[in-house]
Design a protein around this ligand. Structure first.
Ligand code: NAP
Ligand code: GDD
Length: 343
């Protein structure tokens, strides 16, 4: 009897928060995982280091390849070689504020990068199922709760680029019959979250303040509300979208929205600190245009995919604070990061 072939997945953005959790999930499910990484002078694989496999062993299933979403010919070459059953496009310039400073580059990677990928799949005649990482940021200030029916009203170069990607996904699905799932994910966080996103910026500061290594945390708009979930729950939803009978668009969210202020209150309280004594305002963190209130309605994903987030707001805050407190206690908080330079 012929052995069942392992399924093969390509993840762009494998070194990011979501890419690392998704790689864990796929490897645990027997996939061969190709991770596309960018060449950089410092080998940037902190989040997937624990998944390392010796390339010389028989069951070598995590394979890193160089590539870039700005490089279409390389993407075509990789897809022709790998012929993945599933492609997860998570690679992006993912910071909203940075997108105001680098709008052209953000569009090149987050928008045109998706066209490069889809064109390669189409031109090579592959049957790969494709997941596109779209974003709740695309809704802008459309009234909450936002669902798949809510009109897109992007308010940043990042959101505009993601909206372009979203519509390219829909177009290629309709025009060429490709299996393309658009995941409209609301904010999801974890101890692996980049340190300049607000949640991680807060939890790292809490841990450092509790340890006497920092006094003040500077933040921008405390009134913005986000629907914050836990990243491992969300990568499961990405996988579920590619196992569905038909490709579609899906919102993933917790259905609860909280302000940045509430996140601060809980995070500082977890370390027995009063946030008002440590948080100061700095206008440099205000955005040229803000998205005020995101709160997602994920009932379609619940009904059609059986997806449900397990971790809610307070537990998420606790997970993140506890992880950063432990990192400081064990000397793993080296603070050499971007945060120190760009706060
Ligand atoms: P992240 O931690 O910022 O990771 C982004 C990944 O993209 C990194 O691996 C990064 O590589 C890679 N990347 C950046 N530029 C690239 C390029 N030009 N070519 C190829 N790869 C590139 O983001 P995340 O939080 O995991 O999010 C994953 C995806 O979901 C992103 O597309 C993001 O926009 C989207 N999204 C995220 C959320 C959220 O709340 N986390 C919500 C909705 C949508 P380096 O490590 O080399 O920088
Ligand atoms: N980053 C940051 N730094 N944000 C701050 C700060 C600060 O010092 N102070 C207040 N905020 C507010 C921002 O103005 C925003 O309203 C909110 O905190 C969340 O900001 P981020 O954590 O940077 O995330 P985001 O919501 O802009 O974008 C994230 O979620 C999107 C999904 O809605 C990113 O992960 C995007 O890639 C993702 O698509």
């Amino acid at each position: 009897m012929a052995m069942k072939r392992s399924r093969t997945a390509l993840i762009t953005g494998i070194t990011g928060q979501d890419g690392s959790y998704l790689a864990e999930l796929l490897l645990a499910n027997g996939y061969i995982v190709y991770g596309m990484i960018r060449r950089s002078s410092v080998f940037n694989i902190d989040r997937i280091e624990h998944l390392y496999q010796d390339p010389h062993v028989a069951d070598y299933r995590l394979r890193l390849v160089y590539g870039n979403l700005t490089d279409g010919s390389r993407i075509t070459q990789l897809l022709a070689e790998i012929k993945p059953d599933e492609i997860y496009n998570l690679g992006a310039q993912s910071h909203v504020q940075v997108s105001f400073e680098q709008p052209e580059y953000t569009g090149d990677v987050d928008a045109v990068g998706v066209t490069r990928l889809l064109e390669s799949v189409r031109a090579l005649g592959l049957n790969s199922r494709v997941y596109l990482a779209c974003s709740s940021e695309m809704f802008g200030n459309a009234p909450a709760p936002q669902s798949e029916q809510t009109p897109l009203m992007p308010r940043s170069p990042y959101a505009a680029a993601k909206a372009y990607a979203f519509w390219m996904g829909k177009s290629y699905r309709e025009a060429y019959g490709l299996f393309i799932a658009n995941g409209i994910l609301f904010n999801h966080e974890s101890p692996r979250r980049g340190p300049t996103f607000v949640t991680r910026k807060i939890t790292r500061a809490v841990a450092r303040i509790a340890a006497g290594k920092q006094k003040t945390l500077y933040l921008g708009n405390l009134d913005a509300c986000r629907d914050w979930g836990y990243a491992p729950d969300y990568v499961e939803g990405m996988w579920m979208m590619l196992q569905a009978k038909k490709p579609d668009d899906f919102v993933l969210a917790t259905g609860e929205s909280h302000s940045v202020r509430e996140f601060c209150e809980l995070a500082f309280a977890r370390a027995k600190l009063d946030w008002r004594k440590h948080v100061k305002h700095d206008k440099r963190y205000l955005r040229p245009a803000e998205v005020d209130h995101l709160c997602g309605d994920a009932s379609k994903a619940r009904k059609q995919l059986g997806w449900k987030p397990r971790v809610k707001f307070e537990e998420l805050v606790n997970i993140m604070v506890d992880a950063d407190v432990e990192a400081v206690a064990t000397g793993r908080d080296d603070f050499r990061s971007e945060e120190r330079w760009f706060k």
